[in-house]
Design a binder for this molecule. Structure first.
Ligand code: BTN
Length: 351
């Protein structure tokens, strides 16, 4: 049996790659026709299984040509198709997203991922939704999550390190997402420390990382990192009034739509690589330079909203453990910890 069904809230969720996504990947990666027999051999399934999977793909809107004695050819994929088979067929990762739960609609992918993790979901499992009805942001805010336009996913991380290092994972994710967006769209992405991603001064990505401790609270059980990317909203009016000035989408900035499945696959590939780099050092030493090259407001004046007293200083980059370095007028360098304070640029984008 190739699939290992996982029971969650009454719904049976397939964890492993489906025949459909494997077939799709074979067709997409081949310039010529792929015969039914080749597909059977590569996937280790029967002719009937291949035939059924091809029919399901056609139902999903893929245009697949079948020519007797030559085989199958993918002529066209539906525009911005966002489904389990499409995403899985594009993944080239070892562990990130190799177990994938796709939900058309859910409350929030973060608690979903936590539940799966509690039930034993392995490192790298992701929950992806097309829509969230109770999307969560940082500082108790909500995250606007309509269907059909954005990426909402949460990845389960099983860390091999102590809880005080966990906040670095958020910075790793921010770097991976910022670079993936740049790679796929060509847009210049900036990172507003610690983990908002902006394009032309407006926010396009938010990341919410949460930690689960063992009952004795000594060790970290797992982390979940939830990522929301505004992709295909086509005008500012698509955002609620209160965030319209500060939020944007990739489509608004680039002038055309993007394929969410391809972008998600790229994010996961980047994250897998960056996370492994981080895990080797357990600091950001090898990622710091790339992170700082995207840091918004580097060497500019920032206001630090510390609950113990606000102050201004010049942002000088980050430490190897992810704190922001702020230089006061008297030359003193302060390490600002994420979570405790909020940092605002004096000009431009403010949270
Ligand atoms: C922020 O406030 O900047 C963080 C927003 C995080 C949104 C993502 S969307 C996927 C995951 N599920 C949620 O409910 N939130 C995160």
């Amino acid at each position: 049996m190739r699939h290992s069904p996982h029971n969650h809230g009454g719904a049976t969720v397939k964890y492993m790659k489906t025949d459909r996504s494997d077939i799709l990947a074979c067709l997409r990666n081949s310039e010529d026709y792929v015969s039914g027999q080749q597909l059977c051999d590569r996937l280790g399934v029967s002719r009937t299984a291949v035939w059924k999977a091809i029919n399901r793909l056609k139902e999903e809107g893929y245009q697949i040509e079948s020519v007797p004695s030559r085989g199958y050819r993918l002529v066209e994929s539906p525009a911005d198709i966002y489904s389990e088979s499409e995403i899985v067929s594009r993944l080239h990762t070892k562990w990130a997203g190799q177990r994938l739960i796709f939900l058309e609609s859910t409350g929030s992918t973060n608690p979903d991922a936590k539940r799966f993790a509690e039930e034993g979901a392995p490192h790298g499992t992701i929950v992806v939704a097309d829509r969230q009805t109770a999307g969560r942001g940082r500082r108790g805010r909500s995250w606007e999550s309509p269907a059909g336009s954005s990426i909402y996913f949460t990845i389960v991380i099983r860390p091999l390190f102590s809880p005080e290092k966990a906040s670095m994972v958020t910075l790793v994710m921010a770097l991976s997402v910022a670079e993936a967006i740049h790679e796929v769209t060509g847009l210049e992405t900036g990172i507003k420390w610690p983990n908002d991603i902006v394009v032309n001064g407006k926010k396009v990505v938010g990341i919410l990382t949460e930690m689960s401790m063992t009952p004795e609270m000594h060790e970290m059980q797992f982390l979940v990192a939830g990522v929301g990317v505004n992709v295909n909203q086509n005008r500012a009016e698509d955002f609620p009034e209160e965030i319209r000035k500060a939020a944007t989408s990739l489509q608004i900035e680039a002038g055309h739509q993007f394929d969410r499945a391809g972008l998600l696959a790229c994010i996961l590939a980047r994250f897998e690589e960056d996370y492994e780099t981080f895990e080797r050092a357990l600091t950001l030493s090898e990622l710091k330079e790339r992170y700082e090259s995207r840091l918004v407001g580097r060497n500019a004046v920032v206001r630090v909203l510390d609950p113990e007293g606000e102050y201004t200083g010049t942002s000088r980059g980050i430490t190897e453990t992810g704190e922001l370095i702020v230089e006061r007028e008297n030359g003193e360098r302060i390490r600002v910890y994420a979570g405790e304070v909020s940092v605002r640029g004096l000009y431009g984008y403010a949270e």
